[in-house]
Each structure stands twice: as C-alpha cells, then as structure tokens.
Design a protein around this ligand. Structure first.
Ligand code: UT7
Length: 329
C-alpha cells in the first residue's frame, strides 16, 4: 500500500460538444464505410466542436460540473492539472485559462502531457500532492479537441478521434472514491509510432509543414495496436499484484477508449469477461485523455458501481505511455 494521506475522487463531471459526426458523414467525405469503421474500431459516431471552440471551453464546463458534484467552490481549489494534446495554444497552459474562467483564484495551474494516458498520469500526480499533505483539493482535467489536429483526408486516422472533456476533484480523506495505487510506464524508443510532428521546436510551423499536413496526427496503427494490448495487460497485472489482488477481483475495468478490438483483446488475455470493461467508444470515438474521466462520470451518474467495489483505470497512448490506477468505490 502507498503511504501518506488518503486521496479520494469527491466529484466528477464531463462535457461533450453537441455536434455529432457519424460514420455515414465520414463516408461522404472520403473512401470509407460505416461497416468498416464499426467492425474495425467499434465507433459509430463522435462529437466535434464548432469553429472557435478550444479545449479550455470544454474543460470549463466539465470542471464546473465536477466542482458542483464535489460541493467545492472554485476558490477552494489548490491546484489545476490539465492533460491535453490539444492545448488552446503552446503556452500559456490550458490550465491557466481554466483557472481564470472558473474563478479558481487560489490555485496553481499547469498542464501535463502523456497523450492518451495523460489523465491517469495527472491523477497520479494529484494523488501524490494530496497524499503528501502539500495540497488538499486538486482539480484534474482531461480535455481534447482532437478534431483540430485530425487530418480529414487520412481515412486511417480521422475515423478514430472525437472531442470532449472530463474532470474530477481529488481531495484529502475518505469522503469519496479512494485512489488506492497508480502505476505508470513509458517507452520513448517507440515515440515515432504516434506523433504530431510539426509546430514544436524541432519542426516549427512553416508553409512547408502546412502543405505536408505535418500539423496533424500521424499514427502507425497496427504497431500501436499491438503495443497497446501488451502494455495494458501488463500494467493491470502489476496493479493487481501490488494490491494483493487477482485481476478477477476488479469489479470493472475502465479503459481508455482507443479501439473496441484493443479493449476486447486485452480483456481476453487477462481472462476477464468483456462485460467487465466499460465501453462508450461507439458514441464518442477516441477522445484521448478525456475518455477515462468521461467514462467515470457516466459510471457514477449511472450508478454502475457500488461502494466497496474496486475499479481499475487503464490507459495507453503516444510516447509511448501507459498507466493504471486502482480506485475503491
Ligand atoms: O489512443 C491510443 C492510440 N491509438 C490507437 O490505439 C489506435 C490503434 N490502431 C488502430 O486502432 C487500428 O490499427 C486502426 C483502426 C487505425 C486501423 O485498423 P487496422 O485493422 O489495423 O487496419 P489496417 O491499417 O491494417 O488496414 C487494413 C485495410 C487496408 O487496406 P489493404 O491494404 O488491406 O487493402 C487499409 O487501407 O483497411 C484499409 N483502411 C480502410 N478502409 C476503409 C484503413 N482505414 C480505412 C477506412 N475505411 N477508414
């Protein structure tokens, strides 16, 4: 067991933009079909922001809902950590925009980047701040406008991604769903499998980068697919061992929603029934680091777990990165 104060999730919230982009919509834009997308990914539709909407706009709605759920005022927040690969801009951080928009005058703010694993990473950081006694109330946000970095001429990636945000309030004490343990991993030697090449210091924005579509996600799907299964299985197994549990003891697996076939293959390798995995990828696609907090919000609102149940969050993404977190409901 990890030492220090207990850290618990005391409030959850999420926000999805209204506009729906269906598989049929995509099939009118490029050479694909509803049948291929559904079969190969499990996705039927995804939400897309209107022009002019940024990640912080989605994050603010999710954050206010989470704070309300926790009965916490914005002024009581000590720290805001936002995970995003689609920040409002390169700097300042999206967390600073959220801090101003929600009126969290007493909060420190920073962003964290671990791609689709980012929410689990951010939750781990929040837990550590709270467990050490340095902070009492941390707002953890996963917010993504993936449509802004998606190449809608590339059928192998544009079918996957959607926009959305989720947030949780992490507080000291027993009064919520306890974050029991977290496990994180990474492998930078495989960084090239999933990247957004241009717009940083290595390849600054230029006419050439725009012409070559280098400001869009580049994904080597098959290789990422394999690595996702291997590392999700591994990090769930590690979490079970660290908690003196068997994987069967988890009442629910709450996976990052990347591809239904990845989730199903991981569950099969773990010897767990598919029904134990929470799945909403059909409705939202892959919302990167927003997918897990959106799922948690739906699970809480739907009363799908009861007090005393144990859930495991598990994520995988660019970096490569992965992570898990055991939550006692
Ligand atoms: O969030 C974490 C990061 N992301 C992921 O975890 C994504 C992981 N990867 C995947 O989900 C899958 O690899 C994809 C969904 C991206 C691709 O599925 P796949 O089963 O690996 O397909 P593939 O790339 O092997 O392509 C199979 C065929 C190809 O045609 P040929 O060469 O067999 O004739 C593709 O050109 O399917 C074709 N294809 C499509 N056909 C219709 C690729 N995309 C499409 C499409 N519609 N949208």
């Amino acid at each position: 067991m990890e030492k220090g104060y207990k850290a618990s999730i005391t409030g959850v919230g999420s926000f999805l933009p209204e506009k729906v982009l269906t598989n049929d919509d995509l099939s009118k834009m490029l050479d694909t079909t509803d049948e291929w997308i559904t079969k190969r990914t499990g996705i039927s539709e995804r939400r897309i922001v209107e022009n002019g909407v940024a990640a912080s706009d989605l994050a603010v709605e999710a954050s206010l809902r989470a704070l309300d759920d926790a009965n916490v005022l914005p002024t009581e927040v000590d720290l805001i950590i936002t995970s995003t690969v689609t920040p409002d801009c390169l700097f300042p951080s999206t967390s600073c925009y959220i801090q101003e928009k929600i009126g969290a005058q007493n909060a420190g703010s920073f962003d964290l980047l671990a791609a689709c694993s980012g929410f689990v990473y951010a939750l781990s950081v929040a837990k550590s701040f709270v467990a050490s006694g340095a902070m009492k109330t941390v707002l953890v946000v996963g917010a993504e406008c993936m449509s802004k970095i998606t190449d809608y001429t590339d059928r192998s990636t544009c079918i996957l991604f959607g926009d959305g945000a989720g947030a949780v309030v992490v507080q000291q004490g027993n009064g919520g769903r306890e974050i029991v343990t977290t496990h994180l991993g990474s492998d930078g030697s495989q960084a090239e499998l999933l990247t957004l090449p241009a717009g940083g210091s290595k390849l600054p924005a230029s006419h050439e980068t725009v012409e070559s579509h280098s400001h869009y996600i580049k994904l080597r799907g098959k290789e990422v697919f394999k690595q996702a299964i291997i590392n999700m299985v591994d990090v769930i197994t590690k979490a079970a061992a660290a908690n003196d549990m068997q994987v069967e003891d988890f009442d629910m697996v709450i996976p990052h929603q990347s591809n239904i076939r990845i989730i199903e293959a991981a569950m099969e390798k773990l010897g767990l029934p598919r029904e134990k995995a929470y799945i909403n990828i059909n409705r939202y696609g892959n919302t990167s680091s927003a997918s897990i907090p959106i799922a948690i919000d739906e699970i809480v609102k739907g009363d799908l777990l009861k007090p005393g149940d144990t859930a495991i969050l598990v994520a995988f993404g660019g970096g490569l990165t992965w992570g898990s977190s055991v939550i006692k409901w």
